[in-house]
Design a protein around this ligand. Structure first.
Ligand code: MLT
Length: 325
């Protein structure tokens, strides 16, 4: 019995010693930031902005790894299984919460298997179409979609993604059922939409604002109460008397559960510097999204945000009967 107790104390002391050594040297080699959606989408763009800023603070290269597929669960599981040493991180949004409700079984638990580091961004969503879709403004869009619902296709980035959530809200608001086409991320979905293979999408503004400005896609409305500073000509759904169609997407940074506290503190410090970095703010501004204030780039803020999303969106989706696998 005594031997067992001594062995446990020794193991704990060794683990604490190893964690201290790790934290003192951290980071001594490149860090991988996993983005569980395809290249060319909003998540990819946002992760690259933060990787570039945080690597300046941490003094080590941050490599962005797009491990996409299965609604972001493949990349997320990869981080959950990684060594908790601060060298593999996860940048993810609302799908961290929605996948819990959407999938009957997940190879990880979004709360139990991760350490939150902090929130990074907040951003609105936009309803848009291929450039030759036969509706020139929001009124025509609503009328056309209602009259032709069985013919209209609606692309999204996979069940549980932000664009899927927005697609569900759009169909619910307009009381129509459109033909959903799931992709591995906004990048490939947007390519097909610009190529005319699919009709509509409701997506984050990060990749879409430049495409609207270039006339490659047609924007009908902001999924929220007010217009975007970067797209003043596009109305908000709220203006047309449609209430409750309001969705904002926040990305946050996580490490695997068990990452030593001093390492998490360094990462949170670098994230707080990044959200205040004028270059980060300027780049995000150009995408129509914002960096959070530094007080949100903290573990407790991300933990609370995730809990709210799990409680509200999770139960909404479960009630709506939207489930995968
Ligand atoms: C992406 O980066 O592809 C997106 O964040 C997907 C989405 O959630 O709609």
């Amino acid at each position: 019995m005594l031997n067992q107790t001594i062995r446990s104390w020794l193991a704990l002391a060794l683990a604490m010693g190893a964690a201290t050594v790790l934290a003192q040297d951290y980071p001594s080699r490149p860090i991988t930031m996993v983005m569980p959606y395809a290249p060319g989408g909003p998540g990819d763009a946002i992760t690259r902005v933060f990787a570039a800023s945080m690597q300046k603070t941490l003094g080590q290269t941050i490599v962005v790894d797009n491990t996409a597929g299965a609604s972001g669960t493949i990349g997320t599981a990869k981080v959950a299984r990684s060594k908790p040493d601060g060298y593999t991180l996860l940048m993810i949004h609302v799908s961290h919460a929605t996948n819990l409700a959407m999938f009957k079984s997940l190879p990880y638990h979004p709360v139990d298997d991760f350490e939150p580091i902090g929130q990074a961004t907040m951003g609105p969503m936009l309803v848009f179409s291929r450039s030759d879709f036969p509706a020139k403004d929001l009124n025509e869009f609503v009328a056309y979609v209602k009259a032709n619902s069985s013919k209209v296709s609606l692309a999204h980035a996979g069940v549980g993604s932000a664009s899927h959530l927005c697609a569900l809200m759009l169909m619910n608001t307009l009381k129509v059922k459109l033909n959903e086409i799931p992709y591995k991320g906004t990048g490939p979905a947007l390519n097909d939409l610009m190529g005319g293979q699919v009709d509509l999408m409701c997506d984050q503004t990060s990749g879409t604002v430049p495409a609207v400005k270039a006339g490659k896609i047609k924007a009908y409305a902001v999924a929220g109460p007010s217009r975007l500073p970067s797209l003043q000509e596009v109305p908000a759904f709220g203006e047309s008397g449609v209430e409750g169609f309001d969705i904002n997407i926040s990305f946050g940074l996580y490490a695997p559960r068990g990452t030593p506290k001093p390492v998490l503190d360094q990462l949170a410090g670098a994230l707080q510097k990044a959200v205040a970095d004028p270059d980060v703010r300027k780049r995000l501004d150009g995408m129509g999204i914002s960096a959070v204030n530094a007080d949100r780039a903290r573990p407790e803020a991300l933990r609370a945000h995730l809990k709210t999303e799990i409680d509200t969106l999770g139960s909404l989706l479960t009630k709506a009967g939207v489930q995968s696998n």
